[in-house]
Design a protein around this ligand. Structure first.
Ligand SMILES: Nc1nc2c(c(=O)[nH]1)N[C@H]1C(S)=C(S)[C@@H](COP(=O)(O)OP(=O)(O)OC[C@H]3O[C@@H](n4cnc5c(=O)[nH]c(N)nc54)[C@H](O)[C@@H]3O)O[C@H]1N2
Ligand SMILES: Nc1nc2c(c(=O)[nH]1)N[C@H]1C(S)=C(S)[C@@H](COP(=O)(O)OP(=O)(O)OC[C@H]3O[C@@H](n4cnc5c(=O)[nH]c(N)nc54)[C@H](O)[C@@H]3O)O[C@H]1N2
Ligand code: SF4
Ligand SMILES: [Mo]
Length: 858
């Protein structure tokens, strides 16, 4: 079977994928991002391309309709709002998951034809502080690093980045480089221990937002130790003295690190020429995110360690096309092609090129403000494209209410049921990954093609086409007369040529005669180009700037909530949530709690914790672990109203933003925590999709149907009808077992001799083997055997999933350890775990350490 060469639609590593219509997925050995590797999410792409849950036809007010009706309505409502209330009364909220071509068209329509800049994107929650920091330092939003630098570095500093889970293939490349060169040093700076920490030689468990104090301390140390590169700074950098004196005013005690830790880190950094600092959301998603970025950039500029092989700052992008979005100017304060919205000459070039009737003259609303403008009635028509703000923005219950208040809301999505779609008047079905064509740019500025290998399902259309169709109906048919993505890409490159007299980092000339169909992954401005190697930056005087930054005064609330990602889920789970394999890794919303805090709160394993702020409340399962420090909690961002009744972390997070970038501080929110004392706890596995209404519920698909974790606020009068209601089955036989001494209840429902539901409830968290119970659904296991809650003796309980690729559970691994597999490689040989994508290797290492401890003590 022929395989199509395309690019993974998840993270910003941008791995090349070979994909087939039958769901075959392989890493592309020729793609320079991954050279054939894939992580668990990439490897499971084949499981997420089925049509289950897809939005297949346009819908108006919940009813299917045809494209003409839907598009006419969208165009008419937007035009009417603009005519009556002006261009600033409408807004687009887009996404770093759009292809460059989609993004370019959305930006062009809003900024050049509607004439306002009210287009912002989820990149505001993601990369905005890096963009602002780069611009302050370099004069442009330039990411100078390349992946090869990571392999050439002698020291890699990971700041606020859980690379092992979030950029797994980069993590694997670094792990391989360290294997080959064990002298390579890795420092991980993160308030909690993560899977990434396992690769690091040193973990600096920094106080939340202690990063500026740390890098200011480093800068002072570098200067005092004679490491300032006076020739480089003298010729190429402004603001040096001011930045140094601001750095000296910082107190390194604010980092929460010991003098010994600080000194060791400072010395290592000072001594190592080839140092790459990778940073991600622990830096960006902060009320001082832009200053954090500049504190890091200052150290690289001061030492001239930038633009050289194996040396430089490296902001890794989150989404597959976060970088492409920045190139086409997707944010409310940018224009297009790295041109400046507040520069009249730049605006003129773009307007002339677009031949547009108008052009925005001032920045539009940034994400958090944009939804505030929805709440206060300024926005009359809103179009949300390829993102799910009703759950991914901070204070998301308020955001959802704000969206619900807008008179006319359109969404373009590939899925029908999302938290944001639930609030929209018009749903437009977009073609998804595998069905559409275009380009994406990864973290190292490499533009790769996404290619279709599947037909468009139902009447779904590509995003660029939907946007162009609406533009045409709004009266702009000539400017949006694209026939195919290649036309748009050519225009994007041509705009770059038209603006070539304006000094910028972006240079697309290498793509001028590109064969779009056969385009091979190519970096701009040229493959292996080194930005800044010549000391040329993009401020008007050609120099870079060090920025004087001041560490914030840190408050010390009893609890701070940190949020982020899981290994096997992607954001709001609309795609990864379909894969039982991926769902098995961590199947319910949880919160990491330090053991001392757990004792303090009276929380035991399995307890539910109510985490609350002035914005809202969420209920999460306690995961008691020393990975988080005392006073800190960590919860993943993934669960939505589709999958949980109460486990939404953004119900709690604060809409506080960085003053320069407008990026929200999603990593540190002042909260309270207490144990939620449920009347009963339950676990249900069943065939039909359940719709539980209990105070706590989390549903996930399984290989045999669905599973639900439950907790109830009051005792049901009749357990059988509670169980039947939960699993949506009125028919069939129910076998019931009760244990009055502990108040537990077990119910099996069978139909035609097959188990269709198994329900377990008790006054304390239910201890049963989830994997064994799930495996019995759909089988003819006798109900009484099934109700034992563990595997029949001929089928061992594999335990919670560790390796998602081969479905290897914890118990299988422990058995292998007992049988003599004492290394990750040996575990791989015995069970296959970790031998495909390798994403679980950090967990295998941790499991080996745990499993071997008792033996060592014997
Ligand atoms: N599996 C998976 N991978 C993904 C995604 C996904 O949803 N799932 N999403 C993609 C996207 S869009 C993005 S943006 C990236 C995000 O990638 P990352 O930024 O690596 O991931 P996060 O888990 O959001 O946060 C990283 C770390 O920042 C730490 N942190 C919190 N506060 C601070 C602080 O004050 N200082 C420091 N130094 N660290 C702090 C957190 O403890 C956390 O471990 O991942 C991408 N990759
Ligand atoms: N608490 C907390 N909140 C966070 C974060 C955090 O760390 N903590 N991280 C933030 C960050 S960095 C990010 S990037 C955001 C991500 O948050 P979102 O962007 O809101 O999350 P996604 O689930 O990726 O939403 C993408 C949507 O686009 C749809 N989609 C997929 N492909 C296509 C397509 O081709 N076309 C169209 N039209 N639709 C498509 C999907 O079905 C889904 O509904 O979350 C932010 N929110
Ligand atoms: S690291 Fe994983 S999620 Fe990221 S692009 Fe590669 S395969 Fe996709
Ligand atoms: Mo992101």
């Amino acid at each position: 079977m022929s395989l199509t060469r395309t690019t993974c639609p998840y993270c910003g590593v941008g791995c090349g994928v070979l994909a087939g219509v039958d769901g075959t997925i392989k890493g592309d050995p020729d793609h320079p991002a991954n050279f054939g590797r894939l992580c668990s999410k990439g490897a499971a792409l084949g499981e997420t391309i089925d049509l289950e849950g897809r939005l297949l036809h346009p819908k108006v007010n919940g009813a299917d309709t045809d494209w003409d009706t839907a598009l006419d309505l969208v165009a008419q409502k937007f035009s009417a709002a603009i005519a009556e209330h002006g261009p600033e009364s409408v807004a687009f909220y887009a996404s770093g998951q759009l292809l460059t071509e989609d993004y370019y068209v959305a930006n062009k329509l809003m900024k050049g034809f509607i004439g306002a800049a009210n287009i912002d994107t989820n990149s505001r929650l993601c990369m905005a502080s890096s963009v602002a920091g780069h611009k302050r330092a370099f004069g442009t939003d330039t990411v100078p690093g390349t992946y090869a630098d990571l392999e050439q570095a002698d020291l890699i500093v990971l700041v606020g980045s859980n690379l092992a889970w979030c950029h797994p293939v980069l993590y694997q490349r670094i792990a391989a480089a360290k294997d080959a060169r064990p002298d390579m040093r890795i420092v991980n700076i993160d308030p909690r221990r993560t899977a990434t920490t396992d690769l690091a030689d040193t973990h600096l468990q920094i106080a939340p937002d202690g990063d500026i104090a740390l890098f200011n301390g480093l800068l002072a140390h570098l200067v005092d130790g004679g490491k300032l590169d006076a020739t480089f700074t003298g010729n190429h950098v402004n603001g040096v003295a001011e930045a140094i004196s601001a750095a000296r005013a910082s107190n390194t005690a604010d980092t929460g690190l010991t003098p010994h830790e600080l000194n060791a880190f400072f010395t290592l950094w000072a001594q190592t020429e080839k140092v790459v600092t990778i940073y991600s959301q622990g830096v960006n998603q902060s009320s001082c995110g832009t200053d954090k970025v500049n504190a890091i950039l200052n150290c690289h500029l001061a030492t001239g360690r930038i633009g050289r092989a194996g040396a430089g700052p490296f902001s890794v992008t989150g989404q597959p096309n976060a970088m492409g979005g920045r190139e086409v100017g997707g944010l409310a304060n940018m224009l297009a092609n790295h041109l400046e919205l507040d520069n009249a000459d730049h605006r003129q070039v773009v307007q002339d090129f677009w031949d547009s009737p108008t052009i925005c003259t001032k920045p539009g609303l940034k994400a958090v403000d944009l939804f505030e403008a929805c709440a206060n009635g300024q926005i009359k028509a809103l179009w949300v494209i390829s993102t799910n703000p009703a759950v991914s923005l901070p204070d998301s219950d308020r955001v959802a209410a704000a969206i619900a208040k807008v008179q006319f809301v359109v969404t373009s999505d590939i899925m029908e049921k999302t938290d944001t779609n639930d609030l929209a008047h018009v749903l437009l079905p977009a073609t998804g990954w595998g069905e559409k064509d275009g380009t994406v740019t990864n973290s190292e500025r490499r533009i790769s093609r996404q290619r279709a290998f599947l037909p468009a399902p139902g009447s779904a259309r590509p995003d660029w086409e939907i946007l162009s169709d609406v533009a045409a109906r709004m009266g702009f048919s000539e400017a949006f007369d694209y026939q195919k993505p290649a036309d748009i890409f050519a225009e994007y490159v041509a705009l770059d040529t038209a603006a070539s007299h304006i000094a910028r980092d972006l240079d697309l000339s290498i793509f001028a005669d590109a064969d779009y169909a056969g385009l091979i992954p190519t970096q701009w401005p040229r493959n292996d180009h080194r930005f800044f190697v010549d000391g040329r930056f993009y401020h008007p005087d050609g120099k870079a700037r060090m920025i004087a930054v001041t560490a914030p005064i840190l408050s010390k609330p009893r609890f701070t909530l940190n949020t982020g990602r899981n290994r096997d889920q992607w954001h709001t789970m609309t795609r990864t949530g379909k894969s039982p394999r991926l769902g098995a890794h961590l199947a319910e919303p949880y919160v990491e709690v330090n053991p001392v805090d757990a004792t303090d709160l009276g929380a035991a394993p399995g307890s539910l914790i109510a985490v609350e702020s002035i914005y809202g409340r969420t209920l999460l399962r306690a995961l008691i672990t020393p990975r988080v420090a005392q006073g800190q909690l960590f919860a993943p961002m993934h669960w939505t109203r589709q999958r949980t009744t109460a486990g939404i972390v953004n119900s709690v997070t604060a809409p506080l933003t960085d003053p320069f970038s407008g990026q929200p501080a999603l990593k540190s929110c002042t909260v309270t925590a207490q144990v939620y004392r449920a009347k009963w706890y339950g676990f249900l596995a069943c065939i039909n999709e359940p719709a539980p209404q209990t105070p706590f519920a989390a549903i996930a698909p399984t290989q045999t149907g669905w599973q639900v974790e439950l907790a109830g606020g009051k005792m049901p009068v009749d357990w059988e009808s509670e169980a039947r209601q939960l699993c949506g089955q009125t028919g069939g036989d129910a076998s019931i077992q009760t244990d009055p001494t502990i108040g537990s209840i077990r119910i099996a429902i069978t139909q035609n001799g097959q188990i269709t539901a198994l329900f377990f409830a008790a006054p304390t968290p239910v201890v049963v083997s989830r994997t064994a119970i799930i495996d019995m659904i759909g089988t003819d296991t006798p109900p009484l055997t099934a109700l034992a809650g563990r595997s029949p003796s001929d089928r061992p309980d594999v335990g919670a999933t560790v390796c998602a690729c081969f479905n290897v559970g914890r118990n299988t691994l422990l058995a292998a350890v007992a049988n003599g597999a004492h290394s990750v490689a040996a575990l791989g040989e015995a069970t296959c775990a970790g031998t495909n994508c390798g994403s679980c290797k950090p967990e295998l290492t941790a499991l080996l350490a745990q499993a071997q401890l008792p033996m060592a003590a014997e």
